[in-house]
Design a protein around this ligand. Structure first.
Ligand code: ATP
Ligand code: MG
Length: 479
């Protein structure tokens, strides 16, 4: 990329936000303060991907910032005064204004220690990467780039402002951020930064699980997750934050040939991303879906533990779905994901193999109903994962699997239309069961309900009379 191209893109993108930055800049300078657009929006404007979030840095203290925003912004809120940040909305724009900082990280505590800084350059110096350490002073639009961010951006490279070892010592989370930005921007990480990440990977352990999780989610939801994940694995960071991933690189030996599970996993992830349009309405632009992506990443994590070498050279991974679902739960708990996310991802991992019993359409209607019911609200994602989980180079085999899954989906459609599959209930409810059998509420009613539900799965809907007859017969056979 040429620097002149970068400048042109920047100028064009600034047109969009000219009113905002001019008005705000004038308000702050009139009150004797400095204000500059900084970090993400400057970088993104140069890359032609400016979003609605505008971050500023200022010499004004939070209470002064708040006073200056009053009467200008549509809404103002406190983003945590302790961090010196005031948030505001003006039309479609989200503005965050942070007082200059010079931040140091105390490795013995988990809290960043904040001192307000006195200059723009000092504020830029404590930032993570040179491409994030550029500023545009407003309203005059002076370009501040003390660490060569523009050149690094043109070369699509992530580099720390100072020595990477010092930067990562101050805040080890920056190692995760390097991988995250690589994935978001499609940038390379400078070799000296990779070296520091490799040497210092273990320092990530002082960072809270929540902060690591947030970076991991951004990385996985980025346009180039493979870049970020590869970096995590190659530097050894993954061994701390997501050890199940590097563990997939099973050593292969010449007698027991099987696919490289790690490489397969990255491909499955990309093939799942390619199907994200299935998760939005027709005509809507696809959005990154964390659950679907993370399920793709974790679907085979049960393989290393379950690998067995059979006599004759075959390799098996029996029950790697169940084992993988357990490992997934454990990892996601450790990373403090919500229960909903944990349930969704681990369910997908657990069900990702189910379809392989389908053959050429051998399933009974009952098996199809169970598939739908067990997948519940994850059914669409299960379709994505199962289809993505085919990375064979054998075109005939791939076509056969695709056609079989097409067939399964068509059957699900047909059965759903006929039976409202997703909401399967027994043909009789609890009250009816108690009436027919003349029994009080209790365990027997539960058992009868379960029997009718199984029957409903196996044989499809029945008339009330048929259901009653079946219930009576079951009841008689029990006593
Ligand atoms: P996005 O908002 O799209 O995720 P961003 O660049 O705005 O990208 P943020 O995490 O919002 O990233 O951080 C805003 C800015 O603050 C960054 O551009 C960077 O300059 C600085 N920054 C954030 N976290 C750190 C950190 N841990 N160490 C150093 N600088 C940081
Ligand atoms: Mg931001």
């Amino acid at each position: 990329m040429l620097i002149s191209d970068v400048q042109q893109t920047l100028t064009r993108q600034l047109e969009r936000i000219a009113p905002i930055i001019d008005e705000l800049g004038e308000r702050f300078t009139a009150a004797g303060h400095e204000l500059a657009l900084v970090g993400g929006p400057v970088r993104d404007a140069m890359l032609g991907r400016l979003q609605e979030d505008l971050d500023f840095t200022t010499s004004a203290r939070p209470e002064q910032t708040e006073a200056l925003l009053k009467g200008w912004a549509d809404a103002i809120w406190d983003m945590g005064r302790a961090f010196g940040t005031i948030g505001a909305r003006k039309g479609e724009w989200q503005v965050e204004i942070t007082t200059y900082r010079s931040e140091t990280y105390d490795p013995d505590s988990r809290k960043p220690d904040i001192d307000y800084g006195t200059s723009l350059v000092a504020d830029l110096q404590r930032r993570d990467f040179s491409v994030n350490a550029m500023a545009l002073t407003v309203p005059e639009r002076g370009f501040e780039d003390p660490f060569g961010g523009l050149v690094d951006l043109a070369h699509r490279t992530l580099r720390t402002p100072g020595r990477p070892e010092d930067s990562f010592s101050d805040d080890p989370l920056r190692m995760m951020r390097a991988a995250r930005f690589a994935a978001q921007l499609g940038f390379e990480v400078a070799p000296e930064v990779v070296t520091a990440m490799t040497e210092m990977a273990g320092r990530i352990e002082i960072i809270s699980a929540e902060r690591i999780r947030d970076e991991l989610v951004k990385l996985v939801c980025a346009p180039w997750p493979r870049l970020g994940l590869t970096l995590l694995v190659e530097t050894g960071l993954a061994a701390y934050v997501l050890p199940e991933l590097p563990a997939l690189s099973l050593e292969r030996d010449e007698h027991h040939r099987h696919k490289d599970v790690y490489e397969h996993t990255l491909t499955v992830l990309e093939q799942a991303i390619d199907q994200e349009d299935r998760l939005v309405g027709p005509g809507e632009a696809p959005r990154p879906d964390f659950v679907s992506r993370f399920a793709a990443l974790m679907h085979d994590v049960g393989k290393p533990k379950t690998r067995r070498f059979e006599s004759g050279g075959a390799v098996t991974f029996h029950h790697h779905d169940v084992v993988g679902a357990k490992l997934t739960k454990k990892r996601m708990k450790a990373l403090r994901f919500s229960n909903d996310q944990i349930d969704a991802v681990s369910k997908l991992v657990e069900l990702h193999l189910r379809f392989h019993g389908y053959g050429d359409g051998e399933w009974t209607d009952s098996a199809v109903r169970r598939y739908v019911r067990d997948a519940g609200d994850q059914l669409e994602r299960l379709h994505i994962l199962t289809r993505a989980d085919c990375t064979t180079r054998n075109q005939r085999k791939a076509n056969r699997l695709r056609r079989a899954y097409d067939d399964l989906e068509a059957r699900i459609e047909r059965l759903s239309a006929e039976e409202e599959l997703a909401a399967i209930r027994p043909d009789l409810d609890g009250t009816q069961i108690m009436e027919i059998l003349s029994i009080p509420p209790g365990r027997e009613v539960g058992a009868a309900y379960k029997f009718l539900l199984e029957l409903r799965m196996d044989e499809g809907p029945k008339t009330p009379e048929e259901a009653e007859a079946a219930l009576r017969e079951w009841w008689a056979s029990r006593s």
